[in-house]
Design a protein around this ligand. Structure first.
Ligand SMILES: NC(=O)c1ccc[n+]([C@@H]2O[C@H](COP(=O)([O-])OP(=O)(O)OC[C@H]3O[C@@H](n4cnc5c(N)ncnc54)[C@H](OP(=O)(O)O)[C@@H]3O)[C@@H](O)[C@H]2O)c1
Length: 287
């Protein structure tokens, strides 16, 4: 049985669907089982034969450092300690924000972390808690996620492009747009392979869709595909701008491409190319 924690979030929802599709039994919890509350976590697990925990719960608000600390660090530690006590495997989701984004080649799992903000620092500290407290733990970093559930860049762009004549999008940050459904299916495959007896080395793994673009290039592709599929119904220009012109609370890494060799080798599978996945995602949405 796989326990999906944060199962009402963007990734958690997709992971529950992917486990279903892979024929893997699962249960889920979200806010009603607070991950910082050990008693609540133990109460939920009691009587269930939990073999895997997948932690998709996180807190991203840069201006709420205490909540980020509680969820991303203390919650992650509680989950890891419980997984260890139960003898379960733990898949813990993390982020490209653990890097400073000054890199010039895809980040490998063992590259030095250097988070620039509260979210990234607490996610990095959470990774360390997980690896310290649970022997059979797998930290899976991803980036630039979008999906059907919850707010994300694709939803925002489609809405704005249907409302405005132009949108300004930063053109000096590079990464790999990643469909939450692809990531969820990879996690399900990972569990299946590990359950089949293959020895998966605990530690950090990177996963995104294949290829990399700037946010402006991503927005342009959303526009072109969305227009073709009828998801975007009017003309809209995508205008490039620089990061300084569009300040955000959390400083986004300028370069957040992740090297996926390790996970691809472990599973013997490829990651879908980002544009093909975007096309599939928008087709599911099309009228
Ligand atoms: N989204 C991205 O672009 C991105 C990129 C890289 C990595 N990641 C990582 O991917 C993972 C999943 O992200 P996501 O975008 O799917 O997140 P999400 O949509 O915000 O989902 C997180 C879920 O956890 C729930 N939650 C909040 N506090 C909780 C608590 N105390 N106890 C239990 N559950 C709680 C949230 O509920 P509420 O909604 O009510 O708060 C939400 O349903 C995270 O680890 C994130 O760091 C995300």
């Amino acid at each position: 049985m796989v326990w999906v924690i944060g199962d009402k979030g963007m990734l958690g929802t997709e992971l529950s669907l992917a486990l279903e599709k892979a024929g893997l039994g699962h249960v889920g919890s979200d806010r009603e089982v607070d991950i910082t509350d050990r008693v609540a976590l133990e109460g939920f697990a009691e009587g269930k034969r939990i073999k895997w925990m997948a932690n998709c719960a996180a807190y991203t608000a840069e201006d709420e450092p205490e909540l980020c600390q509680r969820l991303n660090v203390e919650g992650a530690a509680e989950i890891a300690k419980l997984a260890e006590r139960m003898g379960a495997g733990l898949i813990h989701i993390s982020t490209d924000y653990v890097f400073d984004g000054n890199g010039e080649r895809p980040y490998r799992e063992d590259d030095e972390t250097n988070p620039a903000g509260v979210y990234g620092r607490t996610k990095r500290d959470g990774e360390l808690e997980v690896l310290k407290n649970c022997k059979n733990s797998f930290v899976m970093r991803t980036a630039w996620l979008y999906g059907r559930h919850g707010s994300n860049f694709v939803h925002t762009m489609v809405r704005l492009m249907n409302e405005r004549e132009s949108v300004r999008v930063v053109d000096d940050q590079r990464g790999s747009p990643t469909w939450a459904k692809d990531f969820a299916e990879m996690i399900a495959a990972f569990i299946r392979v590990a359950d089949s007896g293959k020895n998966m080395s605990p530690g950090v793994y990177h996963y995104t869709n294949e290829g990399d673009v700037t946010w402006r290039e991503f927005a342009q592709a959303i526009y072109e595909e969305g227009r073709r599929l009828g998801v975007i119904t009017k003309d809209c220009a995508v205008i490039p701008c620089a990061t300084e012109e569009y300040p955000t609370k959390a400083r986004r890494p300028a370069y957040s491409v992740l090297d996926k060799t390790k996970i691809k080798d472990a599973l013997g599978m490829k990651a879908p190319e980002w544009k093909a996945s975007l096309r599939k995602f928008l087709s599911e949405w099309a009228p």
